[in-house]
Design a protein around this ligand. Structure first.
Ligand code: ZN
Length: 329
C-alpha cells in the first residue's frame, strides 16, 4: 500500500516496505518545492493531521537520522531483487508486525520543532487531507459506503503503526489496520531532487495515491484483491499492480475535482504526471540495475502509472478506474 514498488517478503498483508529518502542536497529543496504553487487555502492544521515529528518510534532499531547514500543503494537493490535479508542485515525496514489493528509499540511524544517552512508544509498537508475528505465524502454519498476520513501521520525517521514499525526508507504508506497514512516529508525532498519531480502538486499526488488505498480499504477492494492473491499466488504481483494503478486513478479523480474548482495552476498537472512517471517500476529498476523485469513489477510501469492518473483526471469517475474489470474483483 505504498507509493513505491514493494519488496517481496516484507509485506505483512497490509503494506509493503519500499525505498526512498535522500540524504543530501537539502539547500536546493526549498526552492524546488515552491517554484509553483497550487491554489490552496491555509486553514491551519487539520484535525486529521497527526504530527509525530517530535516522537521517538520505539519499534525500530536500525535507522536513525538521515539515511546515507549507501543505505539508499541497498534499499534500491533489495527493492528490485526482492532481497529482504539485505534489509534485515542493515536494520532497514523490518516492520512486519501483525497488522491486526493494534500499534506494535508505543511512541514517546514530544512537541515537534517547526520552522516557518515546516509549518507551511504541515498546513499544506492539512489542506490536502481535508480537501480530499470533502471530495470523497461527496462522491461516496450516493453509495452504500460512506467516506470516513483517514488520519495523516507526519513523522521523522521512523514510526510505529498498526502495521508495525516503519522507517523513512519505507516511503509514504497507508496502513489499513489503523486507517492512517504515514509520511516523512523528507520523501518529498527525494522526489524533488533525485527524481526531478518537484512541486506541491507532486506532493498532492503522493497523498492522493495513499488516500486511494484508503478508499480501496473502505470499499473492500483491497480485501478482495488479497483474497485473489491468496487463491492464485503466481499472479500476486500482477494483481498488486492493478491495485496500485487504481490508487493512481483515484488520485487523478481528486485532481479532476480540484481542477474543476480552479485550484490548479499551470504546470500542476505536469508535476503530478512527472511524479507518477518517476516512480514507475521500470524506471526504478533501470536506475537500480540497468535491467527491467516486468514480472517483478508490483506498482506498474511509468507509462501505466501516468496513464491511469490521467484517466482518473480526464474522466473523473470511479467506474473509469476499474483496473480489475477482467478480474471480477
Ligand atoms: Zn500504493
Amino acid at each position: 500500500m505504498t507509493l513505491w514498488p514493494s519488496i517481496a517478503g516484507l509485506t505483512n498483508g497490509h503494506w509493503a516496505v519500499c525505498h526512498s529518502v535522500n540524504a543530501d542536497a537539502q539547500t536546493t529543496i526549498a526552492n524546488l518545492w515552491h517554484t509553483r504553487a497550487m491554489r490552496w487555502t491555509d486553514k491551519g492544521r487539520s484535525k486529521n493531521l497527526e504530527d509525530r515529528r517530535g516522537a521517538r518510534a520505539s519499534g525500530g532499531k536500525g535507522v536513525k537520522g538521515k539515511l546515507g547514500a549507501g543505505t539508499i543503494v541497498i534499499v534500491l537493490i533489495a527493492a528490485v531483487l526482492g532481497r529482504t535479508d539485505l534489509l534485515e542485515t542493515f536494520g532497514i525496514g523490518g516492520g512486519g508486525g501483525g497488522g491486526g489493528g493494534q500499534a506494535s509499540s508505543q511512541q514517546t511524544n514530544a512537541p515537534a520543532q517547526s520552522s516557518p517552512e515546516d509549518e507551511k508544509s504541515m498546513r499544506f498537508l492539512s489542506f490536502l487531507i481535508d480537501d480530499m475528505e470533502t471530495v470523497w465524502t461527496k462522491r461516496l454519498s450516493s453509495g452504500s459506503t460512506p467516506y470516513e476520513a483517514p488520519v495523516l501521520v507526519v513523522f521523522r525517521n521512523g514510526v510505529d503503526s498498526a502495521c508495525g514499525f516503519a522507517s523513512s526508507a519505507t516511503g509514504p504508506f497507508y496502513c489499513p489496520g489503523d486507517h492512517k497514512l504515514y509520511l516523512d516529508t523528507a520523501f518529498f525532498d527525494d522526489l524533488a531532487v533525485r527524481f526531478k519531480a518537484a512541486g506541491d502538486f507532486a506532493q498532492a499526488y503522493v497523498v492522493a495515491h495513499e488516500v486511494g488505498h484508503h478508499l480501496q480499504t473502505l470499499l473492500g477492494t483491497s480485501k478482495r484483491m488479497r483474497r485473489a492473491q491468496a487463491a492464485t499466488p503466481s499472479r500476486k504481483n500482477e494483481l498488486s499492480v492493478l491495485l496500485e494503478l487504481q490508487a493512481d486513478c483515484y488520485a487523478g479523480i481528486w485532481a479532476h475535482d480540484a481542477a474543476k474548482r480552479n485550484l490548479l495552476e499551470t504546470g500542476d498537472l505536469r508535476e503530478a504526471l512527472t511524479a507518477a512517471m518517476a516512480i514507475g517500476d521500470d524506471t526504478l529498476q533501470k536506475q537500480a540495475t540497468g535491467k527491467v523485469r516486468p514480472e517483478s513489477w508490483t506498482h506498474g510501469s511509468s507509462a501505466q502509472r501516468r496513464e491511469w492518473f490521467q484517466r482518473g483526471y480526464d474522466q473523473g469517475s470511479v467506474p473509469s478506474c476499474n483496473t480489475f474489470a477482467n478480474e471480477g474483483i
